[in-house]
Design a protein around this ligand. Structure first.
Ligand code: PMP
Length: 430
């Protein structure tokens, strides 16, 4: 048997062909070989608890999803220029998860392609260019994706904010101007944003936001924020876009889509990551009216978007979500997770905030007794957990927020492992 190469050797091979602009997680990168449900296995046979990966939504390599893909791959795969049952069957099933006005879907292959198309739809429908985007938001790697992502264009190495892009303050109740998360802060943030909007000469084509801002550090929009925002944008004749790439498909536990938590119905929804459990599918869901406006322009075509294999996989993901009650599991295990983290917070004042919903959580690591971010400690926790075979990541403008968004089959025992791991690392650290 061939000896397992060292991580250093693997890195050398990788960087011979792959640019280091694609970063790797952890001080000690992991040479992964296999995965199943919420576990990953390295080349030496070590197992890791995946408390981080947003994408294998119903569990890594779920046998139902794998089987659906394999079966369809052996039968038919083609572009959408033919008639085949799976396309309308999957579209119907997916749209059944949305409120009535959202009744048209465009399939693509990534969240970025979905964001790009969503903006094109909005601009075609409104015949305008201006876009209102969220502070610290991220929506994709295409040029349009970067143009609308403060996280990218506002980076010191970024391209800067284009003249048609307008940014609004993140309605954060932990760190921002307003903190009463009973609707008061949400309304105050929205009123500020609306005042700012009124000062802009030409109206918006669209407003785009995630219900919980992932790259912002897992920050849920303040309660009651989106309703007045959506009203103001629509009053201008603009459309409202919800990016559900990270939070969608039941991850938040209490609701299937993030926008439901804000009691709004968007005009356009962006889907990706969990939709194919790792298979590259994305989609834009919208209204008849917006789809009709877009139809007046040049033809839209995607070679792989909505291909039979992707549809079969997407169908299997939805079936597993239902059959295994994974949204309920996300709610129950997520509530337990928050409870255990709050207990931990009492012993460790470096845990400034615990936020999120279901299995989409952020742990804000701060300097004791302040709200000042402590990225060094957050990185230490992430890397030490990895050394204990537990995978989490960090995010936020200061990279001090530990994010946990595991496959929805995560269990309370898995939560205990993460929380006990954090506890023991923090005890050793003090
Ligand atoms: N929107 C959000 C909120 C995301 O987090 C991401 C990916 N991190 C994207 C869009 C882009 O998705 P993809 O990487 O599949 O292109």
């Amino acid at each position: 048997e061939k000896p397992v190469p060292t991580e250093k050797e693997m890195m050398r091979k990788r960087h011979r062909y792959i640019s280091p602009i694609l970063s790797i997680s952890y001080q000690r990168p992991i040479h992964v070989k296999k995965a199943a449900f919420q576990y990953m296995y390295d080349a030496r046979g070590n197992s890791f608890l995946d408390a981080y990966n947003n994408i294998p939504h119903v569990g890594h390599c779920h046998p139902r999803v794998v089987e659906a893909g394999q079966r369809q791959m052996a039968e038919l795969n083609t572009n959408t220029r033919y008639l085949y049952d799976l396309l309308h069957q999957y579209a119907e099933k997916l749209l059944s998860k949305f409120p009535k006005p959202l009744n048209k879907v465009f399939f693509v292959n990534s969240g970025s392609a979905a964001s790009d198309l969503a903006i094109r739809l909005a601009q075609a429908h409104t015949k305008r260019q201006n876009l209102l985007v969220m502070e610290h938001g991220y929506h994709g790697n295409t040029q349009i994706g970067i143009d609308i992502s403060d996280y990218k264009f506002n980076n010191p190495k970024g391209q800067g904010q284009k003249p048609h892009i307008f940014k609004t303050a993140l309605p954060d109740t932990y760190c921002g101007l307003y903190s009463q998360n009973d609707g008061t802060a949400g309304l105050a943030y929205a009123q500020d944003a609306i005042r700012h909007l009124e000062k802009i000469q030409s109206p918006m084509a669209a407003f785009i936001a995630e219900p919980i801002v992932g790259c912002g550090g897992q920050v849920p929009l303040a309660k009651g924020y989106l309703k007045p925002m959506y009203e103001a944008i629509r009053k201008q004749g603009g459309v409202c876009i919800s990016d559900e790439v990270q939070v969608g498909f039941g991850r938040l536990g209490a609701c299937f889509w993030g926008f439901e938590a804000q009691e709004v119905v968007p005009d356009i929804v962006i889907l990706g990551k969990p939709m194919g459990n790792g298979h590259p599918i994305g989609a834009v869901v919208t209204t008849d009216k917006i789809a009709t406006s877009f139809e007046k322009g040049v033809e839209f075509f995607s070679s792989f978007g909505g291909n039979p294999v992707s549809c079969a996989i997407g169908m299997a993901v939805l079936a597993v979500l239902e059959e295994e009650n994974l949204q309920d599991n996300s709610r129950i295990v997520g509530n337990y997770y928050v409870r255990r983290l709050k207990e931990l917070q009492k012993q460790h004042p470096c845990i400034g905030d615990i936020r999120g919903s279901g299995l989409f959580l952020g742990i804000d690591i701060v300097k004791e007794g302040t709200k000042e971010p402590d990225p060094q400690l957050a990185q230490h926790l992430k890397n030490e957990l990895r050394n204990r075979h537990i995978l989490v990541s960090t995010d936020g403008p200061f990279d001090n927020v530990i994010k946990s968004k595991p496959p929805l089959c995560f269990s309370k025992e898995n939560v205990d492992l993460v929380v006990n791991g954090l506890d023991s690392i923090l005890k050793d650290h003090c």
